[in-house]
Design a binder for this molecule. Structure first.
Ligand SMILES: [Zn+2]
Ligand SMILES: [Zn+2]
Length: 335
């Protein structure tokens, strides 16, 4: 074998060895095989660098196009305390990237349904993912902001292009602040049936969250004011307040309850009473309804404070993601 032929053979062997098993290609790829000596991990990162997302900025009332990876900086700034552990930031980066990819219309997603003009995603936390302009935010936060943004950038770069997949498809990577000890199954929250990776799991990691437990006293007068008339009427007319749990969810949250015999769904009551979550028990007091709440947010998928707690307990971002989205695969996403 000539020296040239031997080098050629070596190059081929290297390329084969460097092809990671985890690279999953969704849909046709028009790109040729990675060049000799090039890792396809890098290539997936490079490709995602080229992915552009159309973001509806509620603050400007217009759609802006930006690099997906750059978009994630604003999401991490808005969605997770930047002081969280590095592995938690990395888990959040992968979840947020997956969420965004899943909505992108150029990849077959449906985009955001709440914008006045078509867009992939909006900046409203109650709808898509919250987002803050990194430049403006850092200018407001000062030198500390610079440090935090650097941590966020590192978390995004270290998980570059990685997404959560189930049977080769992007998952619905929902997340929330604090589960309070048990996450929620998606079918208890949204229509569309059970999702195997969004089941209820026991979370021992979010006890340090300020939202782990809460107490909310709702005076009778406020109850009468915010409840729909049919629910408020008996209470308003002086009837003794009575609550009865009709059903609870797999995540031990209120499914349906009855207020003086009238049924109301947990999420509806949460909205009306502005409660942090639908996980609550109650006491009827002289002054009103005393609710003991657990957690903050819908409770499905990644528990953000839990991710921070799990990272403090030594888990890496992959272990964290596999814990909150059981059965998923973490892989470089190649459109
Ligand atoms: Zn939206
Ligand atoms: Zn939790």
């Amino acid at each position: 074998m000539t020296r040239k032929a031997a080098l050629f053979l070596l190059a081929i062997v290297l390329v084969v060895l460097l092809l990671p098993a985890a690279v999953i290609s969704l849909g046709p790829s028009t790109e040729p095989a990675p060049p000799e000596g090039g890792s396809s991990d890098d290539e997936a990162g490079e490709k995602n660098k080229g992915l552009q997302i159309q973001l509806y900025r509620a603050d400007m009332d217009r759609v802006v196009r930006m690099d997906l990876e750059a978009y994630l900086e604003g999401v991490l700034l808005a969605e997770m305390p930047s002081t969280f552990e590095t592995e938690a930031l990395k888990a959040q980066a992968v979840a947020a990237r997956t969420y965004a990819l899943q909505q992108m219309r150029s990849l077959g997603g449906e985009g955001c349904s709440e914008t006045p003009v078509p867009a992939d995603i909006c900046t409203q936390s109650g709808h898509c993912q919250a987002w803050l302009d990194p430049e403006k935010t850092v200018a407001q936060w000062g030198p500390e902001g610079e440090v935090l943004l650097e941590r966020i950038r590192a978390a995004i770069a270290e998980t570059s292009g990685e997404a959560l997949l189930y049977r080769g498809k992007l998952i619905e990577a929902v997340y929330h602040s604090t589960c309070g000890g048990k996450t929620e199954a998606s079918h208890a929250l949204w229509s569309g049936g059970e999702l195997p990776y969004l089941q209820s799991v026991n979370c021992p990691y979010c006890k340090h969250s300020p939202h782990y437990r809460g107490e909310h006293l709702i005076p009778i007068a406020r109850l009468v004011e915010v409840l729909p008339q049919e629910l408020a009427l008996p209470v308003a007319s002086g009837e003794q307040l009575q609550l009865e749990l009709v059903s609870s969810t797999p995540g031990e949250r209120v499914g349906t309850l009855k207020i003086n015999g009238m049924p109301v769904e947990g999420p509806e009551l949460r909205r009306l009473l502005e409660l942090p979550s639908t996980a609550f028990v109650w006491e009827i007091k002289e002054e009103g309804l005393l609710l003991h709440t657990r957690g903050k947010g819908h409770g499905a998928g990644l528990c953000q404070y839990g991710a921070d707690g799990a990272a403090k307990a030594g888990k890496n971002y992959r272990q964290i993601l596999m814990f909150y989205y059981p059965g998923v695969e973490i892989a470089k996403f190649i459109p």
